[in-house]
Design a protein around this ligand. Sequence first.
Ligand code: HEC
Length: 166
Amino acid sequence: MKIPAEIKIVALVVGTCAFYTYVGQLVPQKEVQPPAEVLISSDITTEEMIAIGEEIAQGKGLCLTCHTVGESGALRFPDLAGIGSSCTTRIPDKSGLEYLAQSLYEPDIYIVPGFNPGMPNIARPPIGLTNDEMLCVIAWLQSMGSEATVTLETRHSYNTDAPEAE
Ligand code: HEC
């Protein structure tokens, strides 16, 4: 008996779909979890803040998806090595702390020479770092090229209204 072409095509399509579904099931399913909440207790030291800041930079802050630390050459994003000292000279009459705060809360006000705008406002969703998390990130930035001086008590132009509103 001769099988009609239509039946062959349908059989092929169904067979192919079934095969891919089967292969899809074989691939281990990885559950994607939202980034773990970083817990910041009120009495942490500046050293601990640096460590948390680095964790945020690698994780939920997404900083290191764009920025490098200690690379040179034709870079698309400013390398952050030495930012702890270069932050003090970027804008005349602006302290290093204020420069770092501005570059995080309002990145488009000052564009690093040689680079294009494009840094997201990480204080807003989807990244949405809290003021405390920002202070930890600032501690980490300061520690690269200088000594970190911030504590959770530190105030700058963008977190004047302490305590943290969560
Ligand atoms: C999507 C890419 C991207 C992400 C993510 C990003 N940045 Fe940036 N960043 C940029 C770009 C582009 C510039 C340069 C333009 C400018 O000055 O705004 C910049 C500039 C900076 C500067 C100024 C550097 C200098 O030499 O003066 C700092 C500090 C900085 N970013 C820190 C961070 C931190 C900390 C995070 C994470 C919390 C972060 N960035 C996340 C793209 C990014």
